[in-house]
Write a protein that binds this ligand. Structure first.
Ligand SMILES: NC(=O)c1ccc[n+]([C@@H]2O[C@H](COP(=O)([O-])OP(=O)(O)OC[C@H]3O[C@@H](n4cnc5c(N)ncnc54)[C@H](OP(=O)(O)O)[C@@H]3O)[C@@H](O)[C@H]2O)c1
Length: 284
């Protein structure tokens, strides 16, 4: 049995789906079981909260491997520590944790600090681990959907910065490989997509998929943070991620195209054009 936390997230939902498609027994962990109702009949849902260790004990009964994902905010270290402790007590054999690219470099920004503390908590209990350290997800473009639909415009900061954005389906495929095949324990994978693109280039690709021209308008981080908060995202998480994007420390790491997908999955990662084509309904 594999427990997938963050089962309603962009990556977690895919991990659940890909494990189920591979015939694995999966338990999907969420605070809100209604949000996993559409994942599939073969998936068992368990209701719990990573901030409440007693809910983890029940969720981990009979579990051998865990996919650990939470929202990446200030509560991340507590969530990872609770999960690590409960997993060790339950006799779990391997934890695959969703982390972040900055954990690789120790730049000291908030998001990296939160994830590094979570990684440390997992190491400290002595559980075999694999850490996934991606840069930016392609699915963050979902935040552009409302103004693309209403105005044909994407309002976003740091439009000139090139980022090798990643399809969450490919991160999930790496997680599934780590959870179901040998040789991934003790490894931290830095993960990128196949090409470094500016916001303007991604907006152009999205417009081509829609069949109409879109525009990018540069805005400050604070305005993007406020818009993301109105769309239900944690403002501090969005602000931290976007501040990193504008920092000199991150310019080179974000743009690097890495071979991990080819090395582990034996194929190239998906392009932003593929992601846009497969999700174009969100922008119509
Ligand atoms: N987005 C990016 O570009 C990016 C890049 C690198 C790394 N990451 C990392 O990837 C992870 C996911 O990011 P995302 O933007 O895809 O997040 P997201 O879609 O907002 O998903 C967050 C998930 O965390 C779960 N969660 C939050 N608090 C919880 C709690 N107290 N108990 C149980 N589950 C809880 C939520 O589950 P329920 O609400 O269903 O309970 C949800 O499934 C984060 O750790 C982030 O730092 C993201």
């Amino acid at each position: 049995m594999i427990l997938v936390t963050g089962a309603t997230s962009n990556v977690g939902r895919e991990v659940v789906g890909q494990l189920a498609a591979a015939g694995r027994e999966v338990r999907a962990f969420t605070r809100d079981p209604d949000r996993v109702a559409d994942i599939g009949p073969s998936v068992k849902t368990v209701t719990g909260d990573l901030a409440q260790p007693e809910t983890l004990r029940a969720a981990l009964a009979g579990v051998e491997r865990v996919f650990a994902l939470s929202g990446g905010g200030p509560e991340q270290p507590l969530h990872d520590a609770n999960l690590a402790q409960a997993a060790a007590e339950a006799g779990v054999r391997h934890v695959v944790k969703m982390s972040v690219i900055g954990a690789e470099y120790g730049f000291g920004d908030l998001m990296s600090t939160w994830h590094l503390a979570g990684e440390r908590a997992i190491r400290q209990v002595g559980l075999p681990w694999t850490f996934l350290r991606p840069g930016e997800f392609m699915s963050n473009a979902r935040l552009w959907a409302a103004t693309v639909k209403s105005q044909g415009v994407v309002y976003w900061p740091h439009g000139h910065v090139k980022v090798a954005v990643i399809d969450p389906r490919d991160i999930a495929a790496l997680a599934v490989a780590a959870l179901t095949s040998p040789g991934h324990e003790g490894k931290a994978y830095r993960i990128s997509g196949p090409e470094a693109l500016t916001v303007g280039e991604r907006v152009g690709t999205l417009g081509a998929a829609l069949g109409r021209a879109l525009r990018h308008v540069e805005i400050p981080v604070s305005a993007a943070r406020d818009a993301a908060a109105r769309a239900g995202r944690q403002p501090l998480v969005v602000e931290t991620a976007l501040t990193n994007m504008g920092s000199d420390d991150y310019r080179v790491p974000y743009a690097q195209v890495l071979p991990v997908s080819r090395d582990v999955l034996g194929r190239e990662p998906r392009t932003f054009a593929e992601w846009a084509a497969d999700h174009i309904g969100l922008f119509r």
